[in-house]
Design a protein around this ligand. Structure first.
Ligand code: NDP
Ligand code: GDR
Length: 372
């Protein structure tokens, strides 16, 4: 049997890296679209790189951008993919308030560009399409927990752009009989998570505070509630969604919810630090109440978290909790990783990285340090 060919947009991102690894392990030929950048942006997939001069290269990268139709048509024509996973997006909710037009272009119209390319190239019967939809569509939630039938109420330029992408995917499925589907994924994290999303920002900062590389972590709304899963579990579901008889949309979530505050507590506990929260609103802080073991250098009484209103959003999504029953019943999917295991894995990875920085600093070099 010929090997299947997949095209992943956003291959340099968190999910792109895990999905490329999964598809390669399943024997696929994997093509990825990466953006041209002024410095290297392939850290997450460098371990998958194959020398283009060897035979049977199964992982290939193409320069491209979701805002450039001509480029997307050319790549899809050349690759003739059996499956396209559209993971590329300006994916940061807070940043979308700063770059609303670009976000609409890349996240909304970008999805249309790929669907149109499939149609123009006569691939509607051959190519299956996965759209990275999001729990942000539920925004101001209309029902708890949220499932496939819960009405949308987007609360950011990002979510509004993703809402267009969601419906254009449904429309192309219905209008042209394409195998096109939405995975409505709730937050999923990993050691590969971008450093400015709240979970990774916390695990990275806690590790650096423990080693004395940083004093304090500044956060926004610590009361926000999220349903956090592991990215590795979620990309498996992306693949499963394209292997069915009929294209359908699925919610992917753990069904368990925690606050940002709890995430801080769990991350600190991994390094033997206990914290207590004091004050409220912009004045809230987290103070160290106990330090156990030899991993953390901080002392009882240290204030290690403060609020910076800069991180508040003009409109916030306060609570998200998914109901993954359909995915469980129809696809037999359940998340494998519990939140505490995810936190432990992320903290350990960031602690190892911080130890390297700490050694560099002790050797007299300036350690890389920023607090975003
Ligand atoms: P990341 O931010 O880690 O990755 C986004 C990817 O998109 C990167 O490869 C990025 O390239 C690329 N990209 C951004 N803009 C463009 C563009 N204009 N043209 C081409 N590529 C572009 O996101 P995740 O891996 O976490 O998420 C994957 C997808 O799933 C996204 O669409 C996101 O919105 C969605 N999603 C994510 C959830 C999560 O919790 N992680 C939950 C629900 C949905 P570069 O590396 O150069 O920046
Ligand atoms: P989210 O993830 O907006 O849910 O979008 P993020 O981790 O950015 O925020 C989660 C919650 O934490 C609150 N928060 C902070 N967030 C950030 N980034 N930085 C802070 O300092 C901070 N302090 C508190 C936020 O206000 C929010 O309530 C992610 C992205 O991956 C999207 O692409 C995806 O669609 C959704 O998850 C599902």
């Amino acid at each position: 049997m010929n090997k299947k060919v997949a095209l992943i947009t956003g291959v340099t991102g968190q999910d792109g890296a895990y999905l490329a690894e999964l598809l390669l392990s399943k024997g696929y030929e994997v093509h990825g679209i990466k953006r041209r950048a002024s410095s290297f942006n392939t850290d997450r997939i460098d371990h998958l790189y194959q020398d283009p001069h060897v035979n049977d290269q199964r992982f290939k990268l193409h320069y491209g951008d979701l805002t450039d139709s001509t480029n997307l048509i050319r790549i899809i024509q050349q690759v003739q993919p059996d499956e396209i996973y559209n993971l590329a997006a300006m994916s940061h909710v807070a940043v979308s308030f700063e770059e609303p037009e670009y976000t609409a272009n890349a996240d909304g119209i970008g999805t249309l560009r790929i669907l149109e390319a499939i149609r123009i190239l006569g691939l509607t019967k051959k190519t299956r399409f996965y759209q990275a939809s999001t729990s942000e569509l539920y925004g101001l939630v209309q029902e708890i927990p949220q499932k496939e039938t819960t009405p949308f109420y987007p609360r950011s330029p990002y979510a509004v752009a993703k809402m267009y992408a969601y419906w254009i995917t449904v429309n192309y499925r219905e209008a042209y009989g394409m195998y096109a589907c939405n995975g409505v994924l709730f937050n999923h994290e990993s050691p590969l998570r971008g450093e400015t999303f709240v979970t990774r920002k916390i695990t990275r900062a806690i590790a650096r505070i423990a080693l004395g590389l940083q004093d304090c972590l500044y956060l926004g709304n610590m009361s926000a509630l999220r349903d956090w899963g592991h990215a590795k579990d979620y990309v498996e579901m992306q693949w499963m969604m394209l292997q069915q008889e009929q294209a359908e949309d699925f919610v992917i979530a753990t069904g368990v919810q925690y606050s940002v505050r709890q995430f801080v507590e769990f991350a600190a506990a991994e390094l033997g630090i206990s914290v207590a929260f004091e004050g409220e609103g912009e004045g809230e802080i987290a103070r160290v109440t106990k330090v156990e073991g030899d991993k953390a250098k901080c002392k009882v009484g240290d204030v290690i978290v403060k609020v910076d209103p800069r991180y508040f959003r003009p409109t916030e999504v306060e609570t998200l909790l998914g109901d993954p029953t359909k995915a469980k019943e129809k696809l037999g999917w359940t998340p494998k990783t519990q939140l505490r295991e995810l936190v432990a894995e992320m903290v350990q990875a960031d602690y190892d990285a911080a130890r390297r920085d700490s050694l560099v600093k002790m050797a007299g070099f300036q350690a890389y340090d920023h607090h975003e």
